[in-house]
Design a protein around this ligand. Structure first.
Ligand code: PHE
Ligand code: NA
Length: 459
Protein backbone atom coordinates (compact mmCIF):
# COMPACT_ATOMS: atom_id res chain seq x y z
CA UNK A 1 0.00 0.00 0.00
CA UNK A 2 3.03 2.28 0.12
CA UNK A 3 3.50 2.45 -3.62
CA UNK A 4 0.71 4.68 -4.74
CA UNK A 5 2.41 6.43 -7.61
CA UNK A 6 2.74 4.42 -10.74
CA UNK A 7 0.30 1.79 -9.56
CA UNK A 8 -2.27 3.46 -11.76
CA UNK A 9 -0.46 2.35 -14.86
CA UNK A 10 -0.83 -1.27 -13.84
CA UNK A 11 -4.56 -1.02 -13.46
CA UNK A 12 -6.45 -1.73 -16.64
CA UNK A 13 -9.08 0.88 -17.38
CA UNK A 14 -12.59 -0.05 -18.39
CA UNK A 15 -12.55 -0.40 -22.12
CA UNK A 16 -15.39 2.02 -22.47
CA UNK A 17 -18.16 3.88 -20.78
CA UNK A 18 -20.33 0.83 -21.37
CA UNK A 19 -18.05 -1.46 -19.37
CA UNK A 20 -18.30 0.81 -16.33
CA UNK A 21 -22.06 1.09 -16.72
CA UNK A 22 -22.33 -2.69 -16.85
CA UNK A 23 -20.31 -3.20 -13.68
CA UNK A 24 -22.07 -0.41 -11.81
CA UNK A 25 -25.47 -1.62 -12.99
CA UNK A 26 -24.52 -5.15 -12.00
CA UNK A 27 -23.88 -3.88 -8.50
CA UNK A 28 -26.91 -1.62 -8.32
CA UNK A 29 -29.62 -3.84 -9.80
CA UNK A 30 -30.27 -6.72 -7.47
CA UNK A 31 -32.50 -7.93 -4.68
CA UNK A 32 -32.89 -4.30 -3.61
CA UNK A 33 -35.00 -3.60 -6.67
CA UNK A 34 -37.09 -6.73 -6.95
CA UNK A 35 -37.27 -8.09 -3.41
CA UNK A 36 -36.86 -5.04 -1.20
CA UNK A 37 -38.42 -2.13 -3.06
CA UNK A 38 -41.90 -3.71 -3.36
CA UNK A 39 -42.04 -4.85 0.25
CA UNK A 40 -40.81 -1.60 1.83
CA UNK A 41 -43.23 0.27 -0.43
CA UNK A 42 -46.04 -2.00 0.75
CA UNK A 43 -45.07 -1.60 4.39
CA UNK A 44 -44.91 2.16 4.14
CA UNK A 45 -48.22 2.82 2.45
CA UNK A 46 -47.31 3.25 -1.23
CA UNK A 47 -47.41 6.52 -3.21
CA UNK A 48 -46.04 9.02 -0.71
CA UNK A 49 -43.20 6.66 0.18
CA UNK A 50 -42.41 6.11 -3.51
CA UNK A 51 -42.35 9.86 -4.10
CA UNK A 52 -39.91 10.44 -1.24
CA UNK A 53 -37.78 7.53 -2.47
CA UNK A 54 -37.68 9.03 -6.00
CA UNK A 55 -36.74 12.43 -4.58
CA UNK A 56 -33.97 10.81 -2.55
CA UNK A 57 -32.63 9.13 -5.70
CA UNK A 58 -32.71 12.39 -7.65
CA UNK A 59 -31.40 14.92 -5.16
CA UNK A 60 -29.23 12.74 -2.91
CA UNK A 61 -28.45 9.48 -4.69
CA UNK A 62 -27.28 10.79 -8.06
CA UNK A 63 -25.09 13.58 -6.62
CA UNK A 64 -23.51 11.14 -4.14
CA UNK A 65 -22.90 8.61 -6.87
CA UNK A 66 -21.17 11.35 -8.88
CA UNK A 67 -19.05 12.24 -5.85
CA UNK A 68 -18.05 8.62 -5.25
CA UNK A 69 -17.16 8.00 -8.89
CA UNK A 70 -15.26 11.29 -9.00
CA UNK A 71 -13.19 10.47 -5.90
CA UNK A 72 -12.48 6.99 -7.22
CA UNK A 73 -11.44 8.16 -10.65
CA UNK A 74 -9.28 10.96 -9.35
CA UNK A 75 -7.55 8.68 -6.85
CA UNK A 76 -7.23 5.83 -9.31
CA UNK A 77 -6.84 3.22 -6.58
CA UNK A 78 -8.88 1.26 -4.09
CA UNK A 79 -11.12 3.56 -2.01
CA UNK A 80 -8.79 3.72 1.00
CA UNK A 81 -5.72 4.43 -1.10
CA UNK A 82 -7.56 6.87 -3.38
CA UNK A 83 -8.63 8.89 -0.37
CA UNK A 84 -5.14 8.71 1.10
CA UNK A 85 -3.71 10.04 -2.16
CA UNK A 86 -6.27 12.82 -2.46
CA UNK A 87 -5.70 13.69 1.18
CA UNK A 88 -2.01 14.15 0.48
CA UNK A 89 -2.64 16.35 -2.57
CA UNK A 90 -5.44 18.49 -1.15
CA UNK A 91 -4.09 18.66 2.37
CA UNK A 92 -6.94 16.86 4.09
CA UNK A 93 -6.83 14.65 7.10
CA UNK A 94 -5.93 11.08 6.11
CA UNK A 95 -8.59 9.91 8.57
CA UNK A 96 -11.08 10.42 5.71
CA UNK A 97 -10.10 6.95 4.62
CA UNK A 98 -12.57 5.93 7.32
CA UNK A 99 -15.11 6.12 4.49
CA UNK A 100 -13.48 2.95 3.21
CA UNK A 101 -13.77 1.31 6.63
CA UNK A 102 -17.50 2.11 6.78
CA UNK A 103 -17.75 0.40 3.41
CA UNK A 104 -15.99 -2.71 4.63
CA UNK A 105 -18.25 -3.00 7.67
CA UNK A 106 -21.43 -2.30 5.69
CA UNK A 107 -20.51 -4.76 2.93
CA UNK A 108 -19.84 -7.42 5.48
CA UNK A 109 -23.11 -6.99 7.36
CA UNK A 110 -25.23 -6.58 4.21
CA UNK A 111 -23.80 -9.60 2.44
CA UNK A 112 -24.56 -11.83 5.44
CA UNK A 113 -28.32 -11.45 4.99
CA UNK A 114 -28.27 -10.63 1.28
CA UNK A 115 -26.91 -14.12 0.70
CA UNK A 116 -29.79 -15.64 2.67
CA UNK A 117 -32.31 -13.91 0.40
CA UNK A 118 -30.23 -14.89 -2.63
CA UNK A 119 -30.72 -18.42 -1.31
CA UNK A 120 -34.51 -17.97 -1.37
CA UNK A 121 -34.23 -17.08 -5.05
CA UNK A 122 -32.15 -20.20 -5.71
CA UNK A 123 -34.73 -22.31 -3.93
CA UNK A 124 -37.52 -20.86 -6.09
CA UNK A 125 -35.85 -21.98 -9.30
CA UNK A 126 -36.67 -25.53 -8.24
CA UNK A 127 -40.12 -24.57 -7.00
CA UNK A 128 -41.10 -23.01 -10.33
CA UNK A 129 -39.34 -25.56 -12.54
CA UNK A 130 -41.06 -28.49 -10.84
CA UNK A 131 -44.44 -27.19 -11.98
CA UNK A 132 -45.87 -27.44 -8.46
CA UNK A 133 -47.12 -23.84 -8.68
CA UNK A 134 -49.41 -24.45 -11.63
CA UNK A 135 -52.92 -23.29 -10.81
CA UNK A 136 -52.17 -22.82 -7.13
CA UNK A 137 -54.17 -20.62 -4.78
CA UNK A 138 -52.67 -17.76 -2.79
CA UNK A 139 -52.92 -19.88 0.36
CA UNK A 140 -50.99 -22.77 -1.16
CA UNK A 141 -48.31 -20.42 -2.48
CA UNK A 142 -48.06 -18.82 0.96
CA UNK A 143 -47.63 -22.24 2.53
CA UNK A 144 -44.80 -23.15 0.18
CA UNK A 145 -43.03 -19.98 1.29
CA UNK A 146 -43.59 -20.50 5.02
CA UNK A 147 -42.45 -24.07 4.53
CA UNK A 148 -39.14 -22.77 3.21
CA UNK A 149 -38.71 -20.29 6.06
CA UNK A 150 -39.46 -22.88 8.72
CA UNK A 151 -36.62 -25.10 7.56
CA UNK A 152 -33.20 -23.85 8.73
CA UNK A 153 -31.38 -26.73 7.02
CA UNK A 154 -32.75 -25.89 3.57
CA UNK A 155 -32.14 -22.19 4.06
CA UNK A 156 -28.58 -22.92 5.12
CA UNK A 157 -27.98 -25.07 2.05
CA UNK A 158 -29.06 -22.31 -0.38
CA UNK A 159 -27.32 -19.58 1.60
CA UNK A 160 -24.12 -21.64 1.45
CA UNK A 161 -24.48 -22.12 -2.29
CA UNK A 162 -25.06 -18.42 -2.91
CA UNK A 163 -22.10 -17.40 -0.76
CA UNK A 164 -19.89 -19.97 -2.50
CA UNK A 165 -20.86 -18.52 -5.89
CA UNK A 166 -19.90 -15.03 -4.74
CA UNK A 167 -16.64 -16.21 -3.18
CA UNK A 168 -15.66 -18.16 -6.27
CA UNK A 169 -15.78 -15.11 -8.52
CA UNK A 170 -14.13 -12.78 -6.01
CA UNK A 171 -11.34 -15.26 -5.23
CA UNK A 172 -10.49 -15.69 -8.89
CA UNK A 173 -10.59 -11.95 -9.40
CA UNK A 174 -12.07 -12.37 -12.88
CA UNK A 175 -15.18 -10.40 -13.33
CA UNK A 176 -15.06 -9.37 -16.95
CA UNK A 177 -16.99 -12.39 -18.20
CA UNK A 178 -19.68 -11.81 -15.66
CA UNK A 179 -19.86 -8.15 -16.47
CA UNK A 180 -20.27 -8.87 -20.13
CA UNK A 181 -23.09 -11.22 -19.22
CA UNK A 182 -24.84 -8.28 -17.53
CA UNK A 183 -25.42 -6.76 -20.98
CA UNK A 184 -27.54 -9.76 -21.96
CA UNK A 185 -29.05 -10.91 -18.69
CA UNK A 186 -30.18 -7.52 -17.34
CA UNK A 187 -32.24 -6.74 -20.46
CA UNK A 188 -33.62 -10.28 -20.21
CA UNK A 189 -34.65 -9.67 -16.61
CA UNK A 190 -36.29 -6.44 -17.73
CA UNK A 191 -38.23 -8.29 -20.45
CA UNK A 192 -39.41 -10.95 -18.00
CA UNK A 193 -40.58 -8.27 -15.62
CA UNK A 194 -42.53 -6.84 -18.55
CA UNK A 195 -44.07 -10.29 -19.09
CA UNK A 196 -45.25 -10.32 -15.48
CA UNK A 197 -46.52 -6.75 -15.81
CA UNK A 198 -48.43 -7.95 -18.88
CA UNK A 199 -49.98 -10.73 -16.83
CA UNK A 200 -50.72 -8.30 -14.01
CA UNK A 201 -52.68 -6.12 -16.42
CA UNK A 202 -55.07 -9.03 -16.92
CA UNK A 203 -55.88 -9.32 -13.20
CA UNK A 204 -58.20 -6.32 -13.31
CA UNK A 205 -56.30 -4.65 -10.47
CA UNK A 206 -53.62 -2.88 -12.44
CA UNK A 207 -55.23 0.54 -11.98
CA UNK A 208 -55.51 0.05 -8.26
CA UNK A 209 -51.84 -0.95 -8.11
CA UNK A 210 -50.74 2.04 -10.19
CA UNK A 211 -52.74 4.32 -7.91
CA UNK A 212 -51.21 2.68 -4.85
CA UNK A 213 -47.71 3.28 -6.23
CA UNK A 214 -48.10 6.72 -7.73
CA UNK A 215 -50.89 8.57 -5.90
CA UNK A 216 -49.24 9.98 -2.81
CA UNK A 217 -51.29 9.83 0.36
CA UNK A 218 -49.16 11.71 2.85
CA UNK A 219 -51.27 10.62 5.79
CA UNK A 220 -49.67 7.19 5.36
CA UNK A 221 -46.11 8.48 5.50
CA UNK A 222 -44.34 8.33 8.86
CA UNK A 223 -40.95 9.76 9.85
CA UNK A 224 -39.57 6.25 9.95
CA UNK A 225 -40.98 5.75 6.44
CA UNK A 226 -38.89 8.72 5.31
CA UNK A 227 -35.80 7.14 6.89
CA UNK A 228 -36.53 3.87 5.10
CA UNK A 229 -36.97 5.71 1.77
CA UNK A 230 -33.65 7.50 2.25
CA UNK A 231 -31.87 4.34 3.34
CA UNK A 232 -33.31 2.40 0.46
CA UNK A 233 -32.10 5.01 -2.04
CA UNK A 234 -28.56 4.38 -0.79
CA UNK A 235 -29.02 0.63 -0.67
CA UNK A 236 -30.49 0.29 -4.13
CA UNK A 237 -27.82 2.45 -5.80
CA UNK A 238 -25.01 0.70 -3.87
CA UNK A 239 -23.98 4.00 -2.30
CA UNK A 240 -22.34 4.90 0.98
CA UNK A 241 -19.92 2.00 1.05
CA UNK A 242 -17.40 3.10 -1.57
CA UNK A 243 -18.42 0.51 -4.18
CA UNK A 244 -18.93 3.19 -6.81
CA UNK A 245 -15.64 4.74 -5.70
CA UNK A 246 -13.86 1.45 -6.36
CA UNK A 247 -15.53 1.08 -9.77
CA UNK A 248 -14.93 4.73 -10.62
CA UNK A 249 -11.19 4.21 -10.35
CA UNK A 250 -11.40 2.23 -13.59
CA UNK A 251 -13.39 4.82 -15.54
CA UNK A 252 -11.45 6.48 -18.39
CA UNK A 253 -10.86 10.21 -17.89
CA UNK A 254 -12.71 11.40 -20.97
CA UNK A 255 -16.05 9.93 -19.94
CA UNK A 256 -18.75 12.04 -18.29
CA UNK A 257 -19.27 11.08 -14.66
CA UNK A 258 -22.64 12.83 -14.55
CA UNK A 259 -24.07 11.07 -17.59
CA UNK A 260 -22.92 7.62 -16.49
CA UNK A 261 -24.20 8.11 -12.93
CA UNK A 262 -27.58 9.21 -14.22
CA UNK A 263 -27.75 6.26 -16.60
CA UNK A 264 -27.07 3.74 -13.84
CA UNK A 265 -29.59 5.39 -11.51
CA UNK A 266 -32.30 5.51 -14.16
CA UNK A 267 -31.85 1.82 -15.03
CA UNK A 268 -31.96 0.89 -11.33
CA UNK A 269 -35.08 2.97 -10.69
CA UNK A 270 -36.77 1.60 -13.80
CA UNK A 271 -36.28 -1.98 -12.65
CA UNK A 272 -37.66 -1.20 -9.18
CA UNK A 273 -40.78 0.56 -10.50
CA UNK A 274 -41.41 -2.24 -12.96
CA UNK A 275 -41.15 -4.76 -10.12
CA UNK A 276 -43.74 -2.72 -8.22
CA UNK A 277 -46.08 -2.67 -11.21
CA UNK A 278 -45.65 -6.42 -11.61
CA UNK A 279 -46.33 -7.30 -8.00
CA UNK A 280 -49.03 -5.01 -6.62
CA UNK A 281 -51.80 -5.98 -9.07
CA UNK A 282 -51.27 -9.58 -7.90
CA UNK A 283 -51.40 -8.42 -4.28
CA UNK A 284 -54.73 -6.67 -4.76
CA UNK A 285 -56.26 -9.29 -7.05
CA UNK A 286 -55.68 -11.99 -4.44
CA UNK A 287 -56.60 -9.97 -1.38
CA UNK A 288 -53.05 -10.18 -0.06
CA UNK A 289 -51.52 -7.76 2.40
CA UNK A 290 -49.25 -5.07 0.78
CA UNK A 291 -47.39 -4.83 4.09
CA UNK A 292 -46.67 -8.58 4.22
CA UNK A 293 -42.96 -7.88 4.62
CA UNK A 294 -39.85 -9.54 3.18
CA UNK A 295 -41.81 -12.48 1.77
CA UNK A 296 -43.94 -10.29 -0.51
CA UNK A 297 -42.47 -11.22 -3.89
CA UNK A 298 -42.32 -14.89 -2.97
CA UNK A 299 -46.01 -14.86 -2.16
CA UNK A 300 -47.07 -12.99 -5.29
CA UNK A 301 -44.85 -13.78 -8.27
CA UNK A 302 -45.33 -17.57 -7.91
CA UNK A 303 -49.08 -16.99 -8.20
CA UNK A 304 -48.55 -15.21 -11.51
CA UNK A 305 -46.25 -17.94 -12.77
CA UNK A 306 -48.79 -20.55 -11.72
CA UNK A 307 -51.51 -18.88 -13.77
CA UNK A 308 -49.93 -17.48 -16.92
CA UNK A 309 -49.33 -19.59 -20.04
CA UNK A 310 -45.84 -21.13 -19.97
CA UNK A 311 -45.59 -19.95 -16.39
CA UNK A 312 -43.15 -22.65 -15.29
CA UNK A 313 -40.75 -21.67 -18.02
CA UNK A 314 -41.05 -17.92 -17.39
CA UNK A 315 -40.89 -18.44 -13.65
CA UNK A 316 -37.77 -20.56 -13.80
CA UNK A 317 -36.09 -18.06 -16.10
CA UNK A 318 -37.14 -15.20 -13.88
CA UNK A 319 -35.61 -16.66 -10.74
CA UNK A 320 -32.44 -17.63 -12.59
CA UNK A 321 -32.09 -14.03 -13.73
CA UNK A 322 -32.85 -12.77 -10.23
CA UNK A 323 -30.05 -14.98 -8.88
CA UNK A 324 -27.75 -13.55 -11.46
CA UNK A 325 -28.69 -9.97 -10.53
CA UNK A 326 -28.17 -10.79 -6.85
CA UNK A 327 -24.87 -12.49 -7.65
CA UNK A 328 -23.32 -9.45 -9.34
CA UNK A 329 -24.46 -7.33 -6.38
CA UNK A 330 -23.12 -9.85 -3.88
CA UNK A 331 -19.74 -9.76 -5.58
CA UNK A 332 -19.65 -5.99 -5.22
CA UNK A 333 -20.39 -6.38 -1.52
CA UNK A 334 -17.54 -8.82 -0.89
CA UNK A 335 -14.98 -7.20 -3.18
CA UNK A 336 -14.24 -4.14 -0.97
CA UNK A 337 -13.65 -6.36 2.08
CA UNK A 338 -11.25 -8.59 0.19
CA UNK A 339 -9.42 -5.64 -1.33
CA UNK A 340 -9.12 -4.09 2.09
CA UNK A 341 -7.70 -7.29 3.62
CA UNK A 342 -5.22 -7.59 0.77
CA UNK A 343 -4.02 -4.03 1.12
CA UNK A 344 -4.14 -3.47 4.83
CA UNK A 345 -3.32 -6.92 6.12
CA UNK A 346 -1.11 -8.07 3.25
CA UNK A 347 -3.07 -11.30 2.75
CA UNK A 348 -3.39 -12.86 -0.69
CA UNK A 349 -6.67 -12.84 -2.57
CA UNK A 350 -7.68 -16.45 -1.98
CA UNK A 351 -7.04 -16.32 1.75
CA UNK A 352 -8.78 -12.95 2.07
CA UNK A 353 -11.82 -14.22 0.19
CA UNK A 354 -11.98 -17.42 2.15
CA UNK A 355 -11.64 -15.66 5.50
CA UNK A 356 -14.10 -12.85 4.78
CA UNK A 357 -16.54 -15.20 3.08
CA UNK A 358 -16.61 -17.70 5.91
CA UNK A 359 -17.13 -15.10 8.63
CA UNK A 360 -19.88 -13.49 6.56
CA UNK A 361 -21.48 -16.87 5.90
CA UNK A 362 -21.43 -17.64 9.63
CA UNK A 363 -23.13 -14.34 10.43
CA UNK A 364 -25.76 -15.26 7.84
CA UNK A 365 -26.76 -18.19 10.06
CA UNK A 366 -28.08 -15.70 12.62
CA UNK A 367 -30.37 -14.26 9.92
CA UNK A 368 -31.51 -17.75 8.95
CA UNK A 369 -32.38 -18.62 12.54
CA UNK A 370 -34.25 -15.38 13.03
CA UNK A 371 -36.70 -16.62 10.37
CA UNK A 372 -37.61 -19.68 12.41
CA UNK A 373 -36.05 -20.85 15.71
CA UNK A 374 -35.17 -17.31 16.80
CA UNK A 375 -38.24 -15.65 15.29
CA UNK A 376 -39.11 -14.25 18.72
CA UNK A 377 -35.61 -13.13 19.59
CA UNK A 378 -35.56 -9.35 19.40
CA UNK A 379 -32.30 -8.41 21.10
CA UNK A 380 -32.65 -4.62 21.01
CA UNK A 381 -36.30 -4.41 22.06
CA UNK A 382 -35.39 -2.13 24.96
CA UNK A 383 -34.96 0.63 22.34
CA UNK A 384 -38.50 1.65 21.40
CA UNK A 385 -37.68 2.12 17.67
CA UNK A 386 -36.20 -1.36 17.49
CA UNK A 387 -38.85 -3.16 19.44
CA UNK A 388 -39.70 -6.59 18.05
CA UNK A 389 -37.00 -6.49 15.38
CA UNK A 390 -35.29 -9.82 14.79
CA UNK A 391 -31.55 -10.10 14.12
CA UNK A 392 -32.31 -10.14 10.41
CA UNK A 393 -34.47 -6.99 10.73
CA UNK A 394 -31.77 -5.28 12.77
CA UNK A 395 -29.01 -6.04 10.27
CA UNK A 396 -31.16 -4.69 7.47
CA UNK A 397 -32.17 -1.61 9.48
CA UNK A 398 -28.71 -0.76 10.74
CA UNK A 399 -26.98 -1.12 7.38
CA UNK A 400 -29.50 0.42 4.98
CA UNK A 401 -30.88 3.11 7.25
CA UNK A 402 -27.83 4.10 9.27
CA UNK A 403 -24.47 2.91 7.93
CA UNK A 404 -25.04 3.67 4.24
CA UNK A 405 -26.53 7.16 4.77
CA UNK A 406 -23.65 7.82 7.19
CA UNK A 407 -21.12 6.72 4.57
CA UNK A 408 -22.90 8.92 2.02
CA UNK A 409 -22.86 11.84 4.44
CA UNK A 410 -19.10 11.49 4.84
CA UNK A 411 -18.65 11.46 1.07
CA UNK A 412 -20.87 14.56 0.72
CA UNK A 413 -18.95 16.46 3.38
CA UNK A 414 -15.63 15.43 1.91
CA UNK A 415 -16.62 16.60 -1.58
CA UNK A 416 -18.65 19.61 -0.45
CA UNK A 417 -16.35 21.03 2.19
CA UNK A 418 -12.89 19.52 2.13
CA UNK A 419 -11.60 18.58 -1.31
CA UNK A 420 -9.99 20.99 -3.74
CA UNK A 421 -12.69 22.60 -5.82
CA UNK A 422 -10.64 23.11 -9.01
CA UNK A 423 -9.68 19.43 -8.95
CA UNK A 424 -13.34 18.46 -8.73
CA UNK A 425 -14.29 20.88 -11.52
CA UNK A 426 -11.70 19.28 -13.72
CA UNK A 427 -12.80 15.75 -12.87
CA UNK A 428 -16.52 16.33 -13.38
CA UNK A 429 -16.04 18.57 -16.44
CA UNK A 430 -19.51 20.09 -16.20
CA UNK A 431 -20.68 23.51 -17.34
CA UNK A 432 -20.21 26.04 -14.51
CA UNK A 433 -23.96 26.12 -13.87
CA UNK A 434 -24.31 22.36 -13.57
CA UNK A 435 -21.18 22.10 -11.47
CA UNK A 436 -22.60 24.64 -9.05
CA UNK A 437 -25.88 22.78 -8.90
CA UNK A 438 -24.04 19.58 -7.97
CA UNK A 439 -21.74 21.39 -5.57
CA UNK A 440 -24.55 23.12 -3.68
CA UNK A 441 -26.34 19.78 -3.46
CA UNK A 442 -23.48 17.86 -1.91
CA UNK A 443 -22.37 20.82 0.20
CA UNK A 444 -25.74 21.73 1.70
CA UNK A 445 -28.74 19.73 0.58
CA UNK A 446 -27.41 16.23 1.17
CA UNK A 447 -25.90 16.82 4.62
CA UNK A 448 -28.94 18.78 5.78
CA UNK A 449 -31.42 16.21 4.44
CA UNK A 450 -29.58 13.24 5.89
CA UNK A 451 -29.05 15.16 9.14
CA UNK A 452 -32.73 16.04 9.51
CA UNK A 453 -33.89 12.50 8.82
CA UNK A 454 -31.35 11.16 11.31
CA UNK A 455 -32.28 13.65 14.00
CA UNK A 456 -35.99 13.01 13.62
CA UNK A 457 -35.55 9.27 13.79
CA UNK A 458 -32.74 8.67 16.16
CA UNK A 459 -33.04 11.34 18.80
N1 PHE B 1 -27.68 -2.26 -4.77
C1 PHE B 1 -27.84 -3.66 -4.46
C2 PHE B 1 -29.30 -4.04 -4.66
O1 PHE B 1 -30.13 -3.22 -4.90
C3 PHE B 1 -27.39 -3.98 -3.06
C4 PHE B 1 -26.05 -3.42 -2.70
C5 PHE B 1 -25.94 -2.47 -1.70
C6 PHE B 1 -24.91 -3.80 -3.42
C7 PHE B 1 -24.72 -1.88 -1.38
C8 PHE B 1 -23.67 -3.23 -3.09
C9 PHE B 1 -23.60 -2.28 -2.10
O2 PHE B 1 -29.64 -5.18 -4.56
NA1 NA C 1 -30.67 -1.65 -6.66
Amino acid sequence: SGTLEGANAQRGLWSSRLAFILAATGSAVGLGNIWKFPYVTGENGGGAFVLVYLLCIAIIGIPIMMAEVMIGRRGGHSPVNSIRLIARQDGLNPAWKLVGAVGVLAGFLILSFYSVIGGWAISYVGTTASGQLTGQTADAVGEIFSGLLSNPGTLLLWHTLFMAMVMLVVARGVRSGLERAVSILMPALFVLLLVVVGYSMTTGHFGQAAAFLFQPDFSKLTTSGVLVALGHAFFTLSLGMAVMMAYGSYLPKKISIAKTSITVSVIDTGVALLAGLAIFPIVFANGLEPGAGPGLIFQTLPLAFGQMPMGSLFGTLFFVLLIFAAWTSGISLLEPIVEWLEEQKGLNRSISTLGAGIVCWALGIASILSLNLWADVAPLSFIPKLEGKTIFDLLDFFTANILLPLGGLLVAVMAGWIMSRPAMEKELALSPGLFNLWFVTVRFITPVAVGIVFIYNLI
